[in-house]
Ligand binder design. Structure first.
Ligand code: S3P
Length: 755
């Protein structure tokens, strides 16, 4: 930063901390300050924060290239008037203003209005800003050089603010270690009204209310952590807060109105002893709070809520090794989603165990909380869903965010089409590219009104309140998500909803509906149900996910000396393509301890190394192994001879184009292959210790691509580094830990990236 002189107007905690942070960052040029209190200036000089100062502004303006206004919002107008008079004509305007002015006020529209009034226009060199940092302390003595480190600073430039001025203010805050974002003025004021002004208002009110009561000394004596945590900010500067509430009146009142509605709802629940309503609110709040914590800690939890992950996760897999042991992989993702969906719509309490605590299924769970369903857990895979009945869901207050989860979005589309209220479904960047016309089109045939973005992509706006009628639908693709979506909509439709599938797909929805007492019929390739029935709560034991188990099946299958048991794996006949394909390739794979748990068959899978051979993958196995191909491509790369896959065009519309993503990765590690539209030929390197090389792979944020290349390291000659792996947490939380337990040599690395 090469500002010749920085002038800070208002040397309190915020202005003083800015000077302290700049000094700590090695800023050697002059910093001066103006403050009505001469003692504050003196203290600032003694603390080494500023080189000089004055109680009058005008004498300090000359020679300053950057002016920071750190005075209370209602003092802004006077300061701006003085600045406008003192600054030479034109220095804050033009394409490259000589003098740049910024502020730190908590509300922006009011400060913008002051500037307009004082200067007659918004000068191109004025960049309004707001550091989201502070403390209940005030005065320069409380200055903290780290106050802004890792905090956000929001800039609210206007359309004609000079880019060079914005760049200078960015550099100022970045030098203090802050992260700089931009926002429109109005949006800033609304967001801050909710996240900062409302909580301050509540804290001031609570402390004041208690302090007025006669027995106040008694009360404060017994006030413990809850009181202290909640009211810390009531010790903040009263003048500053009077100014903020005066300046941001309208946005604060709107936020307060919303809050009063919530308070009234909870008051009523307490009054009538509605435990479910209380639980629903507390659970939602508790999870939202944990989510907020995880954002602060930059760890990944479920819904990203429009925010990019702050850190990028990379896996490093050292070459070689073998796998051995007895493990249980996390619960089945498909069944976990459905357990919450049907549990929520059922009458009574559904107990789930083995629930997958991955981001995808947690997104489903959170969405139901947002629709008023009380859900306890998950605690070590246990979830208790307090069903609200077929018509008991409530309108959520905003869009439902389902993250990376295609299953959640497509199944929700059907379920929500049957509700009386409108909803919007949104997802992360990857999900936003995936086709939703496949569900929106047949739902429209049933009478639903749904808007999609261009090309049938998310977001999905479901109007709700429509009368649905059953249809007889011939699915153009083999998709369990489409089938399930229509069956869920069919629960709300008049008459029969029939779905014909071109090839068998996973039937968890049908099985679970039956488990909840809802009749689902099947005849050959067609299943159907009649709308208007009810679901009765049930208990669900979610088996381990065969799709997650696959990574370890392939790991053992390709590595001499391996011997591994995977416990309690779901072996639903519509999911066992991977078992059939690996056996055809010559794998030594045995099923033991076969049993049925809650309507789903499970078994322990025992796999030992045996040399694999390339095969033509039977087409009828493709839908039964649809999620397993990334790992199976690695099996093929390590087998003797060519493996051919055809009829797998659906792989191109998964979390990534999995044919291309895998082909690119295989090319990097030196595996010969030929891509075709609906499949691939992979030339296996044969039964050698080292089948291919290493390299750096982009998983494209696709969890299964990332895990497949970790497995590949077992037969690689060099390290395989895989980027963009955070989404592994969508389906397989704890993957690398478990991989290390059985003998893989994989580690995680997080790089910070700019948001
Ligand atoms: C799923 C169905 C499959 C599968 C997905 C889960 C489900 O998708 O790939 O991971 O739970 O119904 P399609 O229905 O698009 O094939």
């Amino acid at each position: 930063m090469a500002e010749s002189r920085i002038l800070i107007v208002g040397l309190g905690l915020i202005g003083g901390s800015l000077a302290a942070a700049l000094r700590a960052a090695g800023h050697e040029r002059s910093i001066v300050a103006c403050d009505p209190d001469a003692a504050e200036i003196e203290r600032g000089i003694q603390m080494g924060l500023i080189d000089g100062g004055d109680t009058r502004l005008t004498p300090l303006v000359e020679g300053a290239s950057l002016i920071v206004l750190a005075v209370p919002v209602l003092a802004m107008r006077g300061v701006m008037d003085e600045l406008a008079a003192a600054l030479p004509e034109g220095v804050v305007g033009g394409e490259a203003p000589r003098v740049v002015i910024t502020d730190v006020g908590s509300t922006k529209a009011a400060v913008r209005d002051c500037a307009l009034a004082a200067f007659g226009e918004l000068p191109a060199g004025l960049v309004l800003g707001h550091p989201i940092a502070g403390s209940e302390k005030s005065g320069v003595a409380a200055s903290d050089p780290w106050l802004y480190a890792n905090h956000k600073v929001i800039l609210t430039p206007a359309a004609d603010t000079a880019p060079s001025a914005i760049a200078r203010i960015r550099a100022l805050w970045q030098a203090c270690g802050a992260e700089v974002l931009e926002m429109e003025v109005e949006r800033h004021d609304q967001v801050l009204a909710r996240t900062s002004h409302l909580p301050h208002l509540l804290a001031f009110t609570l402390v004041d209310t208690l302090a007025r009561q006669d027995e106040r000394l008694e009360i404060f004596r017994y006030a413990a952590g809850g009181f202290r945590d909640f009211t810390r900010i009531a010790g903040s500067d009263p003048v500053m807060w009077r100014d903020i509430f005066t300046a941001n009146r309208d946005a604060v009142l709107t936020a307060l109105d919303d809050f009063e509605v919530g308070l009234g709802r909870l008051r009523r629940a307490v009054e009538i002893g509605d435990g479910d309503a209380m639980l629903a609110t507390f659970d939602r709040a508790s999870h939202a709070r944990h989510y907020f914590d995880s954002l602060l800690n930059q760890s990944s939890y479920q819904a990203e809520y429009h925010m990019q992950r702050q850190g990028k996760l990379t896996f490093r897999a050292a070459p070689g090794g073998r796998v051995a042991g007895r493990i249980r992989v996390p619960g089945d993702k498909s069944i976990s989603h459905r357990s919450i969906m049907l549990g929520a719509l059922a009458e009574g309490i559904t107990e789930v165990k083995g629930f997958l605590e991955g981001e995808d299924s947690l997104a489903t769970l959170q969405a139901f909380r947002e629709m008023g369903v009380a859900i306890e857990g998950p605690h070590q895979g246990r979830v208790t869903v307090h069903g609200v009945g077929m018509h008991g869901l409530k309108a959520p207050s905003g869009p439902l965010y389902v993250g990376n989860a295609g299953t959640a979005m497509r199944l929700f589309a059907g379920l929500l089409a049957g509700q009386a209220f409108p909803t919007e479904l949104i997802g992360d960047a990857s999900l936003t590219k995936r086709p939703m016309g496949r569900v929106a089109d047949p739902l429209r045939l049933m009478g639903a009104v749904i808007d999609t973005a261009e090309g049938g992509r998310p977001p999905l706006k479901i109007h709700g309140g429509q009368k649905l009628r059953g249809i007889d639908y011939d699915m153009p693709m083999a998709s369990a998500q489409v089938k399930s979506c229509l069956l869920l909509a069919g629960l709300y439709a008049e008459g029969e909803t029939r779905v014909r599938e071109p090839a068998p797909t996973r039937d968890h929805t049908e099985r679970m509906l039956a488990g909840f007492g809802y009749e689902v019929h099947r005849d050959g390739d067609t299943c159907w149900l009649t709308g208007g029935g009810k679901l009765a709560a049930s208990s669900i034991d979610v088996p381990a996910d065969i799709s997650s188990a696959t990574f370890f099946l392939v790991a053992a299958a390709i590595t001499p000396g391996s011997n591994l048991i995977l416990e309690h794996v779901g072996i639903n006949p519509t999911r066992i393509g991977v078992i059939n394909i690996l056996k055809l390739m010559g794998a030594d794979l045995r099923l033991t301890n076969e049993r049925e748990v809650g309507g789903e068959p499970v078994a322990d899978l025992h796999i030992r190394y045996a040399p694999l051979k390339g095969i033509d993958i039977p087409r009828d196995q493709v839908p039964l192994a649809i999620d397993e191909f990334p790992a199976l491509f690695i099996a093929a790369a390590s087998a003797n001879g060519v493996t051919r896959l055809r009829g797998a065009e659906e792989l191109r519309v998964k979390e990534s184009d999995r044919i291309q993503a895998m082909a690119d990765g295989l090319a990097t590690i030196g595996v010969e292959h030929t891509v075709v539209e609906d499949g691939i030929d992979i030339v296996g390197a044969g039964d050698r210790d080292v089948s291919y090389g290493g390299g750096r792979i982009d998983s494209l944020g696709d969890h299964r691509i990332a895990m497949a290349f970790v497995v590949a390291s077992l037969r690689a000659g060099e390290e395989i580094v895989i980027d963009d792996c955070a989404n592994v947490a969508t389906s397989f939380p704890g993957f690398t830990e478990l991989a290390r337990v059985v003998g893989l040599r994989v580690s995680e690395e997080t790089q910070e990236v700019e948001a």
